[in-house]
Design a protein around this ligand. Structure first.
Ligand SMILES: *[C@@H]1O[C@H](CO)[C@@H](O)[C@H](O)[C@H]1NC(C)=O
Ligand SMILES: *[C@@H]1O[C@H](CO)[C@@H](O)[C@H](O)[C@H]1NC(C)=O
Ligand SMILES: *[C@@H]1O[C@H](CO)[C@@H](O)[C@H](O)[C@H]1NC(C)=O
Length: 350
């Protein structure tokens, strides 16, 4: 693949970065096949810790956080304590919700996102504490006004109950507006070589069939502040372009693609088009010209298949050809990009 790395040396300072430290917690009742309680701890969109109801301690998921826990056991202790406390809390809440909503059936799912965001330039801090119940937004705390907000009429009674618990509100405010940002700043500094690294992706042009959109697929980049778009004669275009979302890969990097409808582009105009990958931290881009010979595809033209020939010789010929085609197909298939997991889609919104 022909790509060009372009650097702009004029740039002097990286853009402001919003960092985040979040706990994604899921509690279930009446479902035996999965753990009843799971915590995934994330920093800047990358998992760094895990615990469930079979564990006494949080399990570090990155080498740098493992080292930090060894050096500062109080951090390990603190995270583990939060895991155990939340487990108790979730049990209590699930009981309260079920009772308040007059529910009789046993199977329920309670999810929460809690934590903080910190802008390293403006130093603005935002606290987050949201709950979802049975797959829907249920109740969230506005940390500016210290009042609970709910889109559900059935949850209004819980909102009023929780609004009166001032001691708890102050505790939550301190946790997410002071303690959490301190941890976040410390971790961002400590894990600097990992969290503040940049990794360039490999960029490929992919197409399912000759009439499909051409996908410009960038995978393996870090961090998740990036963009993939199409340019014609050096200008970004939006018409006929379908931009995908940034998705996590299993190895802690990210992927994104942007598709271009080439059906209306005359062949002699193809050279006017480029796919552009940009990492927002760096003022540099990877350019991939739209070029038919560079597009990878699994598609095999139907005319490649041999006509059926009668007799034993014909049968053998078909078998041999069939085997060759199969190997060819397998080989062409090797480029198939790793699909990112879509865990992010399960997070609570708003
Ligand atoms: C639950 O049932 C009680 C008594 O029947 C009723 O007063 C209350 O409004 C119900 N609550 C909800 C959320 O349906
Ligand atoms: C591409 O554009 C053509 C013409 O506007 C349209 O008919 C076709 O459906 C588009 N293809 C896809 C895959 O969206
Ligand atoms: C397209 O790619 C082929 C193979 O890499 C190359 O020979 C050709 O010059 C490219 N065409 C353009 C217009 O860049």
């Amino acid at each position: 693949m022909k790509t060009y790395l372009i650097l702009f040396f004029l740039c002097c300072r990286a853009a402001a970065v919003k960092h985040s430290l979040k706990y994604y917690i899921t509690g279930t009742s009446g479902i035996t096949k999965i753990p009843g309680f799971v915590v995934v701890a994330m920093i800047d969109g990358i998992q760094y810790g895990y615990c469930d109801d079979n564990m006494k301690e949080i399990e570090p998921k990155q080498d740098w956080i493992k080292k930090l826990f060894q050096k500062k056991p109080e951090h390990l202790k603190d995270h583990s304590k939060r895991c155990l406390n939340n487990q108790q809390l979730f049990k209590t809440y699930m009981g309260v919700f079920k009772q308040r909503l007059n529910q009789t059936e046993d199977s329920h799912v309670l999810q929460s996102v809690s934590g903080c965001e910190w802008d390293d330039e403006s130093h603005d801090v935002k606290g987050i504490n949201q709950y979802g119940y049975d797959g829907e937004d249920f109740i969230s705390l506005d940390l500016q006004t210290l009042t609970w907000i709910t889109p559900k009429t059935q949850a209004v009674v819980i909102k009023h109950l929780w609004d009166t618990d001032k001691a708890r509100l102050e505790f939550i405010k301190n946790l997410y507006m002071s303690v959490c940002p301190e941890y976040l700043k410390y971790y961002v500094g400590y894990g600097k070589s990992f969290l503040q690294r940049t990794e360039h992706p490999s960029v490929s042009l992919l197409q399912k069939t000759p009439s499909s959109l051409v996908s410009c697929h960038a995978t393996g980049f870090y961090p998740d502040r990036a963009d993939v778009f199409w340019r014609k004669d050096g200008e970004e275009i939006h018409e006929g372009v379908e931009k995908g979302q940034i998705l996590p890969n299993h190895d802690g990097t990210f992927q994104m693609s942007s598709e271009l409808n080439v059906s209306l582009i005359k062949h002699e105009h193809w050279k006017k088009y480029d796919c552009v990958f940009q990492l927002s931290e760096l003022k540099e881009e990877i350019l991939t010209p739209l070029n038919k010979t560079e597009i990878q595809t699994n598609w095999v033209s139907p005319s490649v298949f041999p006509p059926v020939v009668g007799g034993a010789v014909g049968g053998v010929l078909v078998l041999v050809l069939g085997g060759a085609l199969y190997c060819y197909w397998r080989k062409r298939n090797d480029f198939q990009p790793v699909r990112g997991d879509r865990d992010k889609d399960n997070s609570l919104s708003g």
